[in-house]
Design a protein. Structure first.
Length: 255
């Protein structure tokens, strides 16, 4: 697991405060795709549990896994009794119990691609559902976005996570749907988008940036400088485009 993947724990409280949560309709989409009751779920890289809470509120017994102890401690402060927690990376999970749903919320790109889908299939009941969802949080105003790019440029060329398999952004099917389509373990791969616009203060937007891995791995002095530069070019409030791309697939009954 990369340093960027493990960089979040130092900012667990900020992650909980500044990262946007997920809308209830996201769970509706996954449940509609499942087309049968989902009783148990496993979350990969649960972070502070923003997605965990949504699924647990539907009465699903969720096992939330997260490799970072600080993130897991923050999660435990916010989840109901039907959530159990395991401190573990995806690669550390061993086949045993299987689940009706395995999902990852803005975390799948941190997992090791080697044997990713065979490992995932081993955690799912036959016919069980895999879901992955996430997407960039971007400034909606192109002029403000460009001003931030210029302010950031002495420190970072980009703060985005590139497509793990190199799929160009103009392709109809995006990662991880591309990998799922090639996998022998999964079928009925679907992609959809939940469109979302949010408004936040400039300070909260910089707070959000403080939880983004590209900034977290900068030396502390450079973090302070880049956030100060960005803050100076932002209007008092900013509109955010935070669309969520959702991928779902079904584990084949016969492997």
């Amino acid at each position: 697991m990369s340093n960027r993947a493990l960089s979040f724990g130092v900012m667990a409280e900020a992650y909980e405060r500044f990262r946007p949560g997920y809308p209830a309709r996201l769970v509706d989409m996954v449940m509609a795709y499942a087309a049968q009751p989902v009783l148990t779920a496993l979350e990969i890289g649960a972070g502070t549990g923003k997605a965990t809470r949504l699924f647990a509120e539907r009465g699903i017994t969720v096992t939330a896994t997260e490799p970072d102890g600080a993130m897991l401690a923050e999660l435990r402060r916010h989840v109901p009794a039907n959530v159990s927690t395991v401190r573990a990376a995806f690669e550390d999970l061993r086949p045993g119990e299987t689940y009706g749903l395995v999902y990852a919320a803005a975390a799948l790109h941190w997992t090791d691609p080697e044997e990713r889908w065979s490992r995932m299939a081993a955690l799912l009941e036959p016919g069980g559902v895999f879901a992955s969802f996430g997407g960039p949080v971007q400034l909606a105003d192109p002029a403000v976005q460009e001003a931030v790019r210029v302010a950031r440029s002495p420190f970072l060329a980009s703060d985005e996570v590139p497509s793990p398999d190199g799929t160009p952004p103009e392709e109809d099917m995006q990662w991880p749907g591309t990998e799922l389509q090639r996998s022998a373990w999964f079928a009925d791969v679907r992609q959809s988008v939940v469109e979302r616009r949010l408004t936040m203060s400039a300070r909260d937007y910089v707070g959000y940036l403080s939880t983004v891995s590209a900034y977290l791995v900068l030396p502390a002095e450079e973090q302070e400088q880049v956030f100060s530069r960005i803050m100076r070019v932002l209007p008092p409030t900013v509109e955010i485009a935070a669309d969520i791309t959702v991928h779902v697939a079904r584990r084949r009954r016969e492997l």
